[in-house]
Design a protein around this ligand. Structure first.
Ligand code: ADP
Ligand code: MG
Length: 512
């Protein structure tokens, strides 16, 4: 029997969500000018605005999309492209909800697409008649530490609200579409910065060694926590396929919980997360901060699973004790098993990671270039990887090879500032003021802290492609506070020589 169009469309949607997760902002810009005309078990009919879009999408996105569909359905689809006006783009243009400062889901017909709130840094393109599309599937900026507003999870999360009358019960076992197929143990490079977390994760997946539960993986943004969590899922999925694994972001857990209350489906919700779960993997648990009711529910989920001796693994951007607005009884449970941190990788590990990524992506990368990149970008792996992909895309677009001259040119000081992140700014400013990065995101009003926070906001405005509201969201403040802070620092910079000198030191450190 032929696979129905309905099922095929489901695979297509999942493949789109999956591919988009790698770099939502770039993906959206390209796919707002592409349309799905038809899909059958043999062919995929796509329409692009013009040849430029068609070629870019074919080269940079289709391989992943097709591979995903093949993986999920066993079908090897042929592509039929046409060119012309786009009536129903795959990704509609963004709609921002100004009231909530949050992202609105564009259309009920495409439920899995979630809008990013920050634009991707856009690398410069050679002269072209195309003003709008971005050049490369670059990574979106990493989410700021301890952001008090919902942070886009690395995977587009299916909205939990089911239409009335349908079952809200989530899928019984992990669904393929929520996992990144590349986040496996095989693709994870182990070094001194992450070997404890890696070993503990392997043990959680049944790979020998003492199994700690809960296992609490913590560390800064982009250092491989999600990768490890999903590697556990992949390993268990392949070795013990009957195990019911739940991989869920704390944000998704929260949304599911709220939806369950609204639809009076708590029983199904509880069964899903408690009795029907053999292994619970919760990503970004810090998201529960300040959400008292969800914490309460999660506390009972934890207890139920713990009693059944079902393993639980968390990831968090902070150590348990540093989690703010988190119930004490939860914090203490987080440390019951093993707390294993991931640190920024050392140079050798960074080089090995780059080689691995290049191999996975089919990028030719010589040793000299790998070393140069690893030396230049030290803060986080996501940035390292994003830069490699961006360089590869640009090299292929301009018919260059990725040699040292090309890479050095691309990473010259002007473009290097584009690679900065909010985290880098927090790190440098706080260390200059003898504070912790988290102090700058806290509500502490001591003079030094307030000043450092204002300087960090000012630098975000100066150095990053961020608007006032975006900076506000990163710092948990409203945009007028940010505007005032920026003005204040600007004023002090012209009037106060000491401030000027301090800013210069910080800026020098940021430029590396
Ligand atoms: P986190 O969840 O800690 O913010 P991620 O797990 O999303 O970070 O990792 C960011 C990117 O860096 C991912 O693409 C991941 O594959 C990659 N990465 C991080 N650490 C490693 C590592 N040790 N080996 C290979 N890839 C890594
Ligand atoms: Mg993560």
């Amino acid at each position: 029997m032929e696979m129905s169009e309905h099922i095929l469309r489901g695979h297509w949607d999942a493949a789109i969500s999956h591919t988009r997760a790698r770099s939502p902002a770039s993906f959206d810009r390209w796919f707002s000018t592409v349309q799905l005309d038809n899909i059958s078990p043999q062919t995929l009919g796509l329409r692009a605005k013009d040849t430029f879009v068609r070629d870019w999408v074919s080269e940079h996105y289709l391989p992943t999309i097709l591979q995903y569909i093949r993986f999920a359905s066993g079908l090897a689809l042929q592509i039929h492209w046409s060119l012309g006006d786009i009536d129903t783009p795959i990704v509609p243009p963004p709609i921002e909800d100004p009231r909530a400062n949050r992202v609105v889901r564009p259309s009920p017909a495409r439920p899995t697409i979630q809008r990013p709130s920050l634009p991707a840094p856009v690398a410069s393109l050679p002269a072209t008649s195309h003003p709008s599309p971005p050049p490369a599937p670059v990574e979106d900026p990493p989410s700021p530490l301890a952001s008090p507003t919902p942070v886009a999870s690395p995977f587009p999360v299916t909205p939990p609200l089911a239409p009335p009358g349908t079952s809200l019960r989530p899928a019984p076992a992990i669904s393929l579409k929520e996992l990144n197929p590349k986040y496996t143990f095989e693709n994870f490079i182990v070094g001194p910065s992450n070997n404890l977390a890696h070993a503990a994760a392997q043990a959680s997946a049944g790979g020998g060694g003492r199994r700690y539960s809960p296992l609490f993986l913590c560390g800064g943004t982009g250092l491989g926590k999600t990768h490890l969590l999903q590697a556990i899922a992949h390993r268990v999925l392949s070795e013990q396929p009957t195990k019911r694994i739940i991989y869920v972001s704390a944000e998704r857990f929260t949304n599911d919980f709220i939806a369950a209350i609204q639809h009076k489906r708590m029983e199904a919700f509880r069964a899903h997360y408690r009795s029907e779960c053999d292994l619970l993997l919760v990503d970004d648990i810090q998201f529960l901060a300040g959400r008292e009711q969800t914490q309460e529910e999660f506390f009972h989920t934890f207890n139920a699973l713990h009693e059944l001796d079902r393993p639980i693994v968390f990831s968090s951007d902070k150590y348990p004790q540093q989690l703010e607005r988190m119930e004490e009884r939860l914090v203490s449970r987080f440390s019951w098993g093993l707390v294993a941190d991931v640190q920024a990788p050392e140079l050798e590990t960074r080089v090995a990671i780059l080689r691995k990524k290049a191999q996975i992506e089919g990028i030719l990368l010589d040793d000299q270039v790998a070393l140069f990149l690893a030396q230049t970008i030290s803060s986080n792996v996501r940035e390292l990887e994003g830069t490699l992909i961006r360089l590869a895309a640009k090299a292929s677009l301009t018919n260059r090879i990725i040699d040292l001259a090309f890479v050095q040119g691309e990473l010259s000081s002007s473009s290097r500032s584009k690679l900065l992140s909010v985290d880098d700014i927090l790190r440098v400013v706080s260390s200059q003021c003898n504070l912790q990065p988290s102090d700058l995101l806290s509500t502490d009003r001591h003079r030094t802290t307030t000043f450092a926070r204002h300087v960090a906001m000012y630098l975000c405005k100066q150095r990053l492609p961020m608007s006032y509201p975006e900076i506000g969201r990163a710092f948990g403040k409203d945009h007028t506070t940010v505007m005032n802070a920026v003005r204040r620092v600007e004023k002090l910079r012209t009037e106060d020589a000491q401030v000027r000198a301090q800013l210069e030191i910080i800026e020098k450190k940021l430029t590396g």
